[in-house]
Design a binder for this molecule. Structure first.
Ligand SMILES: Nc1nc2c(c(=O)[nH]1)N[C@H]1C(S)=C(S)[C@@H](COP(=O)(O)OP(=O)(O)OC[C@H]3O[C@@H](n4cnc5c(=O)[nH]c(N)nc54)[C@H](O)[C@@H]3O)O[C@H]1N2
Ligand SMILES: Nc1nc2c(c(=O)[nH]1)N[C@H]1C(S)=C(S)[C@@H](COP(=O)(O)OP(=O)(O)OC[C@H]3O[C@@H](n4cnc5c(=O)[nH]c(N)nc54)[C@H](O)[C@@H]3O)O[C@H]1N2
Ligand code: SF4
Ligand SMILES: [Mo]
Length: 579
């Protein structure tokens, strides 16, 4: 009998486990899922899927769609084919298409639209990115949410942090900020300074963990010197943080089990890697690593300790500033680059020169609008897969839950083309079993990825000498002007550009605009017109446009972060004018 248990495929920290009974999705009671689903999965079945393939606007059969794609591939040389894959479905079998395209000789992607800068900073300091899993955060006394918005993006952490001391550092007074024991409404892009000053004050007050530092981070005196390059009073003013708030953080954390839970908000900048590394350094100064219930959590790799069975050896170009116009055929899977890549106007211009644009996805969006060929995918309920998470160590199995006459799975599409082009592909079961072989049951009978450490860095870091590598210089150029900071975090009603997308710009009511007024928001890269909504949980120097809002990325730059080949959605400042 088929199991009616599966897992959410969406790009989200929680990777919830779900039952599918009588056509309805319900959260299971066990483990982190804790009996509740977020709005995306709760209403999942209400969103209209693309049912029929189309070529140049005309509905066609799936067989015809595959033949059109075959013809497109045949009329392009392999080096003129780009496979652009996003994260619409985060499960492991989604990469089977990469096996086909890599073996075929097409170009694939590298770079990051997401967490790449922060990850690079972590790797520079620690030598690897081993995440603090959810289960360890549950054991802490104090949780610092630093550029993470748990009510919106990772709600299954909330039941675990009841009765803990909560500190929030965020330019927006989020729901968790309103409940926090201490909230610091920091000016955007000043977290590097705050993290460095916190480390400096730990040292000044002799509350740094000296024994730990001597063993695992012996260069801490040099780092202290670097922190001294910041002048205290002007830096506090620059961050709009009070000295008393800084001291309060230290009072709440010293001697406690502390989990610093970071999100992508802190690192959408050119120097995003340095910001993350400075926060890590504060964790190191406190001696948080290698101890139960303590550490720094970010986004780990959902594929840690899982060896890919697929061929992924290919030429790659960055997904941040992809030059689409160098390709004749672009196959877009599980992504909406026309909305979600930075510098949308550049993307539009570059992709308009591509002869064959193929969109392989579930929903209509800006990318399906411009595609020549649309191939509907099957939803996660209609195919088999395996899911792991970037914030906990569970492996969830996703057997097919329902039949559908519409769409095609990633495996079936790859199997069709591997056969056509004589590329070896194993059976679907072979790959699913391969992924499953990387998991084992824990004492509660739940499947966990083998080999992941619950408490990483117990015996030091993964650098050459096992020691943490502190920043030795900071590279900053914060321009002074009267422009506003663009904040572009995640919305509770959409998953990036899937589901209910926001349509407004949010501003502090004191800025002098009227509610519902249409305004033009502009940056060095472009502009967008949106109607105003007030949000007095914002700072007056900030403009909030959620990820997924149409046109938001007209404003953003397609430059890479200095490290990590990542997008920098909040580097550009903006101006707002009435229309
Ligand atoms: N509902 C929902 N959930 C999602 C997603 C979604 O689109 N919708 N997307 C998923 C994906 S792809 C990801 S990567 C994760 C990301 O989820 P999170 O890591 O939570 O990231 P964001 O929502 O981008 O930003 C988090 C917080 O950072 C704050 N922030 C912005 N700039 C700064 C700054 O300079 N300093 C500080 N200290 N804070 C700052 C924002 O105000 C925001 O409250 O969420 C996943 N979950
Ligand atoms: N301004 C701004 N821009 C951002 C961000 C931001 O915070 N602000 N966040 C960035 C981040 S963190 C991320 S991760 C990216 C996300 O950017 P994308 O990866 O482009 O994600 P989505 O917008 O969710 O689009 C995913 C698409 O996948 C398709 N899909 C869903 N399930 C399946 C499936 O099973 N199979 C196939 N073939 N397709 C499927 C859906 O049709 C959907 O349109 O956006 C980035 N862009
Ligand atoms: S919280 Fe995340 S993993 Fe859980 S159902 Fe919602 S989107 Fe899926
Ligand atoms: Mo992301």
């Amino acid at each position: 009998m088929l199991s009616n248990i599966t897992a959410c495929p969406l790009d989200c920290y929680d990777a919830c486990v779900i039952s599918f009974v009588d056509g309805k999705l319900k959260a299971i009671k066990d483990g982190f899922t804790n009996g509740f689903l977020c709005p995306h999965l709760h209403h999942y079945k209400k969103h209209d899927l693309i049912l029929s393939p189309r070529y140049k606007g005309k509905e066609i059969s799936m067989q015809e769609a595959l033949e059109y794609l075959e013809a497109m591939l045949k009329e392009s040389s392999a080096s003129e084919v780009l496979h652009y894959k996003g994260n619409g479905n985060f499960s492991l079998m989604q990469d089977v298409t990469e096996h086909f395209f890599a073996s075929y000789g097409a170009t694939l992607l590298d770079g990051s639209l997401c967490d790449g800068a922060g990850e690079a900073g972590i790797i520079e300091g620690r030598g690897s990115n081993k995440n603090m899993p959810l289960g360890e955060i549950e054991k802490s006394d104090v949780v610092i949410f630093w550029g993470r918005n748990p009510h919106t993006t990772s709600s299954h952490i909330l039941p675990m942090i009841k009765n803990k001391t909560i500190i929030v550092i965020d330019p927006i007074k989020t729901k968790i900020a309103k409940k926090a024991d201490l909230y610091i409404q920091i000016k955007p892009h000043r977290d590097l300074y705050l993290a460095m000053l916190l480390s400096r004050f730990l040292y000044i007050y002799d509350t740094h963990n000296e024994n730990y530092l001597e063993e695992f981070a012996s260069e801490y005196e040099d780092y202290h010197e670097l922190t001294q390059s910041l002048r205290i009073v002007p830096t506090l003013d620059e961050m709009t943080v009070e000295l008393s708030q800084l001291e309060k953080v230290l009072e709440l954390v010293v001697g406690k089990k502390v989990a610093i839970v970071c999100g992508v908000g802190i690192q959408k900048y050119l120097d995003g890697a340095d910001v993350m590394r400075a926060i890590d350094a504060f964790g190191v100064m406190l001696g948080l690593f290698g101890k139960e219930g303590s550490g720094v959590a970010y986004l780990g790799s959902s594929k840690e300790h899982i060896v890919s069975p697929f061929n992924t050896d290919a030429k790659r170009v960055s997904k941040v500033d992809t030059e689409f116009s160098s390709f004749k055929t672009v196959f877009i899977q599980g992504a909406n680059p026309l909305s979600q890549m930075p510098d949308s106007l550049r993307v539009k211009e570059s992709i308009s020169k591509v002869k064959n644009i193929v969109y392989f996805g579930l929903y209509e969006n800006e990318t399906s609008e411009i595609a020549d060929l649309i191939i509907p995918a099957k939803s996660f309920l209609q195919k088999s897969d395996v899911r792991t998470s970037y914030s906990h160590d569970a492996m969830n199995f996703m057997p097919k839950q329902e039949e559908s006459r519409y769409g095609i799975s990633e495996y079936d599409l790859s199997a069709y083309f591997c056969e056509k082009f004589d590329i070896k592909l194993e059976s679907e079961e072979f790959y699913i079993d391969h992924f499953k072989s990387f998991a084992q049951k824990d004492k509660d009978g739940l499947w966990q990825v083998k080999g992941r450490e619950e408490v990483p860095y117990k015996n030091g870091f993964d650098t050459d000498d096992k020691e943490f590598l502190f920043l030795d210089e900071i590279d900053r150029d914060i321009k002074k002007d009267n422009k506003l900071y663009l904040l572009s975090p995640k919305s509770s009603s959409s998953l990036n550009s899937q589901f209910h997308r926001e349509e407004s710009v949010y501003l502090h009511s004191s800025l002098g605009f009227k509610e519902d007024e249409k305004v033009c928001i502009s940056s060095a890269n472009g502009k967008v017109e949106l109607s105003v909504r007030f949000d007095d949980d914002l700072r007056e120097d900030c403009v909030l446009i959620y990820s997924g809002t149409k046109g938001v990325n007209n404003l953003t730059s397609s430059k890479h972060s200095y490290e990590g080949k990542s997008a920098i959605y909040q580097e550009n400042k903006v101006e707002v004018t009435s229309l």
